[in-house]
Structure formats: structure tokens, C-alpha cells
Design a protein around this ligand. Structure first.
Ligand SMILES: Cc1cc2nc3c(=O)[nH]c(=O)nc-3n(C[C@H](O)[C@H](O)[C@H](O)COP(=O)(O)OP(=O)(O)OC[C@H]3O[C@@H](n4cnc5c(N)ncnc54)[C@H](O)[C@@H]3O)c2cc1C
Length: 286
């Protein structure tokens, strides 16, 4: 099916893109990699009358270090994330997840900004960004604002971005502690989307192997990525050895939103993924 007719702009600066969004209001939509938006338009689930393509805005792309943060432009593709030395050094969990998304076509066009703004409940990077406690920077005609990952994902396919805002960049804190992070996923055999995926980040105390800080997030369980608070509580202050991690992973349970027909199976998968992700994160922290 063809999409409904629309106009198309290719701004070359963020300001220009923001003004186009302000001018066309709710009828305009931003286009990034197009892997989610174009299918929705072809099915007529989305019928924007104006598309603002962000691909020609160089300042929205790239990965850089800025003091204690890794700053990732919204238009950075999954393939670029997976190949980046800075990402592998500072937040290897992002490379873990990006390298497992879809197929090469999806990884070469899909963007981190598109994935976060789309907020698909089975997507990988929203969960990773939640586990990292990253900050999302939104730009609009009224300026820039920061949104913490915990407050960003509101509902199914809904974030706290306003219609006139562009997701400009993601700021990932670089931990100075002995920290590690990892992502483990059980993909759907056809689409490669996560049936379940678990993202884990942890800091070990400076001397010894006790867990000082840990964040665990799950995809595929609910309408938004979920923090696995009970798993985190079972780890803080304890030695991050294989037995403790295995016991903590068993604390992962279904959420009220997990569909009943699959919740038992998903819980089992998620516990295995949690065990793997936490074990790898602890190894990377040592
Ligand atoms: C075959 C296939 C397999 C896939 N497998 C996976 C998978 O394994 N894991 C996974 O996580 N995803 C998967 N995806 C989804 C893929 O990651 C999409 O690329 C992603 O959901 C959207 O990113 P995009 O850059 O293509 O955004 P688009 O489709 O261009 O946009 C998506 C939405 O976000 C908005 N948007 C985009 N960028 C911005 C921005 N900077 N600011 C504000 N709003 C913005 C758009 O207006 C639109 O509403 C798959 C997709 C396909 C087609």
C-alpha cells in the first residue's frame, strides 16, 4: 500500500528542522531511518502531511566524549554504535544491543534517536538507555531540555517528547568506578526483535567484588521498558559471584502487563538473560 500524500523537507540544521516542526504543528513528523515510520505510513496508521527528514543534519550524528559523558547524536545508526571504539570502551552494553538489532539493512539505517522516540515495547535500545540511567536531550523552538531515562518512556509507543520537539542527543554517564555493562537478548526468530532482553549495568566497590550500584532493565515484558528492582535489591552490597547472580536473576518476575499466555515462558527466558547479562557485566567490571 502507498502512504497518503505528504510534503517532504530536508533541513541541514537543527534550528531549521525545529522551525519546520513549529510551522506544520501536529501534521508534521520527523523522519530518521524510516524503518518504523514508513511501514506505519504505508499501512495508513500514521498520515503526516509533512515529513522533516533529519538525515542531512550533520550535528545530529556522531559519538563524542564530553567530560564524564558519552554524547551520542540522535541520527547515529546502530551499525555506527556497534563499530565505535568509544562506545565499546565507555558503554559496551550499547554495542552489545546495537549489533543484535534486526539485520544489516536495519542496522545501517535505523537510528538510536528513532528507536527511543518510537518506544516500541520490544525494542532493545530503550531498555539499555534505562539501565544506563542516561539523559535524553530534546530541542524545540523554546530551547533544550534534559529528560532522565526513568521519566522518558511513558506508555506504549509514547514518550515524554512533545510533538514540536526533536530528540537531539543522548548523554550516557561514563562511570569512573569499576563498572561493567552487558545486554542479553532472546530474539524472535523471524523479526529479530527481542522476545525478551535484559540490560544490566553495575559498579563494584573499589577494593573487593561487592556490588555498589546496579541497574537492571527488561524489554518485552510490558508497555515500556521496566526496571527489575527486586533483582537489583538482591545484588547491592553482595559479592558479584556466579551463585549470587543466579539467585538474584530468579527474583525477576512477570509484571502486571505481561500477557498471561506467555508470561511463564517469558519469565524463564528473562531469568536466563538476566543471569547472562549480569555475569558479563560483572566480568567487565573486574
Ligand atoms: C525487519 C526489522 C527488524 C527490526 N528488528 C529490530 C530489533 O531487533 N530490535 C529493535 O530494537 N528494533 C528493531 N527494528 C526497529 C528498528 O530499530 C527501527 O529502526 C526503529 O524502531 C526506529 O528507528 P528509525 O531511525 O528507523 O526511526 P523512524 O522509523 O524514522 O522513526 C520512528 C519514529 O520516531 C520519530 N523520530 C525519529 N527520530 C526522531 C528524533 N530524532 N526526534 C524525534 N522523533 C523522532 C519519528 O517521527 C517516528 O515517529 C526492526 C525493524 C525492522 C523493519
Amino acid at each position: 500500500m502507498y502512504p497518503a500524500p505528504f510534503d517532504y523537507s530536508t533541513p541541514t540544521t537543527i534550528d531549521e528542522a525545529i522551525h519546520l516542526l513549529a510551522e506544520h504543528g501536529e501534521n508534521a513528523k520527523v523522519l530518521a531511518g524510516g524503518h518504523s515510520l514508513l511501514p506505519l505510513m504505508k499501512l495508513r496508521f500514521a498520515q503526516p502531511t509533512h515529513l522533516v527528514d533529519l538525515r542531512r543534519i550533520p550535528s545530529l550524528r556522531g559519538i563524542r566524549r564530553d567530560g564524564t559523558n558519552l554524547v551520542i547524536g540522535a541520527m547515529t545508526t546502530y551499525a555506527e554504535l556497534a563499530a565505535s571504539g568509544d562506545v565499546r570502551d565507555a558503554a559496551p552494553i550499547i554495542a552489545d544491543a546495537a549489533s543484535q538489532i534486526g539485520d544489516p539493512q536495519v542496522r545501517n539505517r535505523g537510528t538510536i534517536g528513532g528507536s527511543l522516540a518510537h518506544a516500541d515495547p520490544s525494542a532493545d535500545l530503550p531498555t539499555v538507555i534505562l539501565a544506563l540511567g542516561a539523559t535524553i536531550i530534546a530541542a524545540s523552538a523554546s530551547g533544550r531540555r534534559s529528560i532522565g531515562a526513568d521519566a522518558f518512556f511513558r506508555e506504549l509507543f509514547t514518550t515524554s517528547l512533545d510533538a514540536n520537539e526533536i530528540l537531539a542527543e543522548i548523554r550516557v554517564p561514563i562511570s569512573t568506578a569499576r563498572s561493567g555493562s552487558a545486554y542479553a537478548k532472546h530474539p524472535h526468530p523471524a523479526s529479530r526483535f527481542a522476545l525478551v532482553g535484559v540490560a544490566a549495568t553495575l559498579d563494584l566497590e573499589r577494593m573487593g567484588d561487592r556490588v555498589q550500584r546496579v541497574r537492571v532493565a527488561v524489554t518485552g515484558f510490558a508497555n515500556t521498558p521496566l526496571r527489575a528492582i527486586r533483582v537489583e535489591e538482591a545484588l547491592v552490597g553482595r559479592i558479584a559471584d556466579a551463585d549470587t547472580i543466579a539467585v538474584a536473576a530468579m527474583e525477576l518476575d512477570a509484571s502486571p502487563d505481561t500477557p498471561d499466555d506467555s508470561s511463564g515462558y517469558k519469565v524463564q527466558l528473562a531469568r536466563v538473560c538476566a543471569d547472562l547479562a549480569l555475569g558479563r557485566a560483572a566480568e567487565r567490571a573486574r
